[in-house]
Design a protein around this ligand. Sequence first.
Ligand SMILES: NC(=O)c1ccc[n+]([C@@H]2O[C@H](COP(=O)([O-])OP(=O)(O)OC[C@H]3O[C@@H](n4cnc5c(N)ncnc54)[C@H](O)[C@@H]3O)[C@@H](O)[C@H]2O)c1
Length: 246
Amino acid sequence: MKHAIVTGAGGDIGACITELAVSRGYRVVAVDVRPNQIDALAYRLDGVVPIVADITDPDSVKKAFDVFDSPLDLLVNNAGLVRFGPLESLAVKDFQDVVNVNLVGSFIVAREAAVRMKATGGGAIVNVTSMGGIHPAPGGGAYGASKAGLAQMTELMSVEWGPYGIRVNAVAPGFIDAGMSAPFFKDEAVREKRTGGVPLGRLGTAADVAQTVLYLGSEEATYITGQEIVIDGGVINSVLAQLPRD
Ligand SMILES: NC(=O)c1ccc[n+]([C@@H]2O[C@H](COP(=O)([O-])OP(=O)(O)OC[C@H]3O[C@@H](n4cnc5c(N)ncnc54)[C@H](O)[C@@H]3O)[C@@H](O)[C@H]2O)c1
């Protein structure tokens, strides 16, 4: 039996990662600040333990790590927050909240995992970043900067923790038809426009993200560390293709 912690498991992508992990033989600690969502997940899936914890609070995070006696095989740092607005009028508090969850919170959880994984001979960490951390999305506020920071932290963690047998990678989802992007894609016009910009011709799903996360955590990826895999159907490579030609 393998053991995993998934943060933000109350959201669409985190729930999908949790479900896929269970189907692949993991027992999962599902962490979120929203109790109802993770309780429902634990009710539906055998082998899921819901823990209400705020990833920005180191003491609260420790609770999640104390659930299993067994070594931790996989941490998925998936909890995330977005606050939209143009930079010139963005509230400083919104900027701070986003950086605090996406970057500082992910660091707090990853460090706790690393200390424990080091003591037990290693493990895998997957940080969920974003296409928005690679190319700027107007109106995205601090979100892109926080995810770019997490991508850089992923590289640093892989270097510092590699000698302990800990692999650290990231996945950068693009236009995903779930979770925090679901409200946009309810608008048919937005949906059509965005889908038109995807070379593979469809929006991504939570399952697209979950499968890549589980792959990076698996024994099929034991020589991969410090990488950010973009899951975007080709969007970020299509900038020149989107520009007018004449
Ligand atoms: N949906 C997308 O289009 C998309 C695209 C790129 C990246 N992502 C990333 O994927 C991850 C999952 O997003 P989602 O789309 O499922 O969104 P979501 O809003 O459905 O899920 C995010 C979850 O994180 C939890 N969370 C927020 N702050 C927390 C904290 N301090 N402590 C513990 N839990 C906290 C929320 O309660 C929520 O359940 C995020 O990191 C997000 O940035 C999503």
